[in-house]
Design a protein around this ligand. Structure first.
Ligand code: AMP
Ligand code: ZN
Length: 113
C-alpha cells in the first residue's frame, strides 16, 4: 500500500528496530515508548484496522498473536504485559495499518477495564 508508514517499515524503506519477523508478521520497537518494553506487532498484509479484519485476512491476526507470545518470552515479560489495539478515530488510531502494541517491563497502571 503506497503512503502507508508501516508498509514502508515492513519493506525496509523506513528504518525500524526489528525484534521479530516471519512470513506473516513484522515487529519493531515503538519510536515513542510508553513503557520499558513497547513493541508494535504488525501484519505484513495491509489491513487498515481491526474493523477491516474478515475471513480473508484473519490468519494474519492469528499469526500476530502467535508472534506476541514468542516476543513476550524473548523480552522476558514473564510477569505479564498488556496488548492494545486502537481502532479508528474514536479509538485513537494514528497509523492506519493494523497493529498491536505490546507494553511491559513494569507494573502497568491506568487500566480502563
Ligand atoms: P496508534 O496510535 O495506536 O495508531 O499507534 C501508532 C504508534 O506508532 C505510536 O505509538 C507511535 O509512537 C508509533 N510510531 C509512529 N511512527 C513510528 C516509527 N517510524 N517507528 C516506530 N514507531 C512509530
Ligand atoms: Zn500498510
Amino acid at each position: 500500500m503506497d503512503n502507508c508508514l508501516f508498509c514502508k517499515i515492513i519493506a525496509g524503506d523506513i528504518p525500524s528496530t526489528k525484534v521479530y519477523e516471519d512470513e506473516y508478521v513484522y515487529a519493531f520497537r515503538d519510536i515513542n515508548p510508553q513503557a520499558p518494553v513497547h513493541i508494535l506487532v504488525v501484519p505484513k498484509a495491509h489491513i487498515a484496522c481491526a474493523d477491516a479484519v474478515d475471513e480473508g485476512n484473519s490468519l494474519y491476526v492469528a499469526k500476530c498473536f502467535e508472534a506476541i507470545a514468542k516476543i513476550a518470552k524473548a523480552e522476558g515479560l514473564d510477569s505479564g504485559y498488556r496488548v492494545i489495539n486502537n481502532c479508528g478515530e474514536d479509538g485513537g488510531q494514528t497509523v492506519m495499518h493494523l497493529h498491536f502494541h505490546i507494553l511491559g517491563g513494569v507494573k502497568l497502571s491506568d487500566k480502563m477495564l
